[in-house]
Design a protein around this ligand. Structure first.
Ligand SMILES: [Zn+2]
Length: 502
């Protein structure tokens, strides 16, 4: 490496380290806001957050930093893999943000913060009108961001997808979701018409928060969560935040009459946490941790939640402990009944409570609406009706109010393009599950509780290079195949045809 290149690399690394300090503080504030921050302090705290994130933004807008980063990009072929990946990601980011001034950035953050507060209020009172203005503002921010991009794509929505899932386009998703609708809708009809009855009476038996907390801890322990480098608590809307190399926070929510909700939520968030806790140390040295796409992340959380959590092997593993922690729930419930109930297919309105089968429809609905909001500029006030109509069309049920309809998710308070990553995650993990099965007897390894074996495989094949590859290249490297929803659809058809005998 030339002296000039080394000098520029040092400058870039030093600036990124400084920006990361502000960003770390923002993550702590975010975590606080989502967990124990008093409601009246939210807006003020949002201001602090916007101020600090703007500091980080300004550091990365400094002309010397940009010149340094662009120099690295011009000389990227002289680097090893890590620094090359960094140079490419900085260049991509620069293309996206070079025309956004710090004042605009600050204004965008304030709009998102205000939208979050208004969304909370609107959801509480099930009144979409309280959120409509904010939602229009958020959409306008997305429009501005797209218009300001140096490398803007002709299909507006592609620009948003690119933020969360580099390389995936509207064309890919249309094809993938059409196939899902084609194969899943007829099967859902057969399942709904089937004579099979799944025992559900015990699902609403009540459980204390304290028992649920013990269960959450047990599940995190079981899958290999490192408690010395992570913590968990409760929140309204469960999420995971990787604050720093040795600090990953997961959250859950306890419903007294839905004991399984927190169980699968904590396994899901625990999956995200495992991904973060098992990063190569070089990712932090080279500032590339955080480049993994959301779909890559979701593939892992859903792998633990569904492919593992809802498997026969896992139900066998936790059956006894569940009886010990929730004795009144599990009284007289067999292992088979427990397995079937955890895999009940029941069209429902709330995405986060949806079963594995119908979940994909919740994403398709949001995707189809988002595409229209961004590509066709629909009237914001028409959205609640459009939302309800789609639930009726795909799932045969209709929300009674906006709280169980369009206001249920927080995501739109900070923009569009995020939801498809959830469905993509299921498709990625179905592809790598099939590869894992060639090396490991997955079902028996799970029922033996040998998560060291599962996690070793994941570390080597799935986790190691996620930050260095976009999702299409990443899935191709793991599986030797191109991205396809087929593995996922085959798995769903096989599993649910067996459970329902159809
Ligand atoms: Zn997730």
């Amino acid at each position: 490496m030339t002296e000039e290149l080394q000098k520029n690399l040092n400058l870039v690394n030093a600036t990124l380290s400084e920006a990361e300090l502000y960003e770390h503080a923002c993550h702590v504030l975010n975590f606080d806001q989502e967990t124990i921050c008093p409601v009246k302090a939210m807006e003020e705290q949002g201001e602090v957050n916007a101020f600090l994130s703007n500091k980080a933004f300004r550091l990365k807008k400094a002309p010397a930093f940009i010149a340094g980063a662009e120099y690295l990009y011009a000389h990227r072929e002289e680097f090893g893999e890590f620094d090359r990946v960094l140079a490419e990601s900085l260049h991509r980011e620069y293309q996206k943000t070079k025309n956004i001034t710090p004042e605009m950035d600050h204004e965008f953050s304030r709009i998102f913060n205000r939208a979050f507060v208004n969304w909370l209020d609107a959801k509480k009172s099930a009144d979409f009108a309280k959120f409509a203005t904010s939602l229009a503002e958020v959409r306008n921010v997305n429009f501005k961001q797209i218009a300001l991009r140096e490398d803007s794509r002709p299909v507006p929505y592609d620009n948003l997808l690119d933020v969360y899932e580099r390389g995936i386009t509207t064309g890919d998703l249309d094809k993938c979701f059409d196939e899902c609708k084609e194969r899943l809708i007829p099967l859902l009809k057969k399942i709904s018409a089937s004579k099979k009855t799944i025992r559900t009476d015990f699902l609403s038996r009540t459980v204390t928060d304290e028992s649920q907390r013990k269960m959450a801890e047990y599940l995190l322990q079981t899958i290999g969560f490192d408690f010395t480098r992570g913590a968990f608590t409760t929140t309204e809307h469960p999420f995971t935040d990787g604050l720093a190399k040795n600090d990953v926070r997961v959250t859950t929510h306890y419903y007294p009459d839905m004991f399984y909700s927190s169980m699968f939520s904590i396994i899901h968030e625990g999956g995200h946490a495992l991904f973060e806790q098992n990063q190569p140390a070089e990712n932090y040295v080279h500032h590339i941790n955080g480049l993994k796409t959301l779909g890559e992340h979701e593939s892992v959380s859903r792998f633990y939640e569904n492919r593992i959590g809802r498997s026969r092997g896992f139900i066998h593993l936790i059956y006894k402990k569940t009886g010990e922690l929730f004795p009144n729930v599990m009284q007289g419930v067999s292992e088979d009944e427990f397995y079937e109930a955890m895999n009940l297919v029941r069209p429902s309105l709330i995405r986060t409570e949806a079963d594995e089968f119908t979940y994909t429809f919740h994403i398709i609905i949001r995707y189809e609406l988002e595409k229209q909001i961004i590509n066709k500029n629909v009237n914001i006030n028409d959205l609640p009706r459009m939302w309800d109509d789609k639930y009726e069309e795909y799932l045969g049920i209709r929300p009674q109010n906006a709280r169980e309809g369009i206001l249920q998710d927080v995501h739109w308070a900070s923009g569009f393009g995020y939801f498809p990553t959830y469905a993509l995650g299921n498709m990625y993990n179905a592809m790598y599950y099939n590869c894992m099965s060639q090396d490991i007897d997955v079902e028996n390894t799970i029922s033996d509780g040998r998560f060291d074996v599962i996690n070793d495989w994941m570390r080597e094949h799935v986790w190691k290079r996620a930050d260095r590859l976009d999702s299409k290249a990443w899935i191709r490297e793991i599986t030797g195949r191109e991205f396809t929803p087929d593995d996922f659809l085959d798995y769903i058809e096989k599993k649910y045809s067996a459970i329902y005998g159809v």
